[in-house]
Design a protein around this ligand. Structure first.
Ligand code: CTP
Ligand code: CA
Length: 220
């Protein structure tokens, strides 16, 4: 095990993280999803590897190359993402939930392609499991970091999620502005933990990722 140093503050640490969207199937040819590009999560994976961590990246469907030295597990649905994470969680000291996990999935997946008929249709949905909260509630929990994607009252909702999900840190992401968040190359995260906060300023996602990881390394 390598020792942490100034250049590699995460040496000897293993990081498990989620990135990208999930897809929730409606029938064999259709799904519900969101606009997550996976860029923030992949930037965290790349920077963590550079800072010395051993990185396992559980990724939803994205069109991004795997960062060098990173172990990648591809999944589609929230349930598959949860299963992949829980199979790995005890082997890791740090977990970062960066995926935009679909909050709901269709209650049933049709066996065959749904044919159009009426002018309107209803799709009944059921809540997905919360991956981040499940990790935080685990008996051998890693240092657990979440994201909060918000369009209003960002600080209030982020601190509420920090407490409610029992996290060690949360990165608040104001997704109401098109130049930061979901599909952008830059971001302006604000970190919150019990008793402190840090605004990272506006910069590229690689820089945001590095600043986030350095803040985590101080508190691990
Ligand atoms: N998250 C998760 N599993 C879910 C939903 C969210 O692991 N089923 C994680 C995300 O990866 C993120 C954090 O929870 O790290 C917050 O996601 P967000 O969508 O902002 O919050 P929710 O708790 O889903 O609440 P809401 O969407 O109602 O704001
Ligand atoms: Ca959500």
């Amino acid at each position: 095990l390598a020792a942490a140093s100034e250049e590699q503050p995460l040496a000897g640490t293993s990081l498990l993280l989620t990135a990208g969207p999930t897809r929730e199937a409606l029938d064999p040819v259709r799904y519900l999803s969101n606009h997550s590009s996976g860029k923030m999560g992949f930037a965290i994976a790349e920077q963590a590897q550079r800072l010395g961590a051993k990185v396992t990246l559980v990724a939803g469907p994205v069109s991004l190359p795997t960062p060098a030295g990173v172990t990648r597990i591809d999944v589609e649905s929230a349930q598959q993402m949860l299963d992949a994470v829980m199979a790995q969680v005890e082997e890791h000291q740090l977990f970062i939930g960066c995926a935009a996990v679909a909050d709901y999935r269709p209650i049933a997946v049709a066996d065959n392609k749904i044919k159009k008929s009426a002018e309107s249709m209803m799709v009944e949905m059921v809540r997905n499991p919360d991956i981040l909260a499940t990790v935080a509630a685990h008996s051998k929990r890693p240092f657990t970091v979440g994201f909060a994607a918000e369009t209003q009252d960002v600080a209030h909702y982020a601190m509420d999620k920090l407490k409610r999900k029992n996290l060690d840190m949360i990165a608040a992401n104001d997704v109401s502005k098109p130049e930061q968040g979901f599909n952008a190359d830059s971001n302006a995260l604000t970190l919150y933990w019990d008793g402190g906060s840090q605004a990272l300023g506006y910069s590229g996602k690689s820089d945001q990722a590095k600043q986030l990881l350095l803040a985590i390394a101080k508190r691990l």
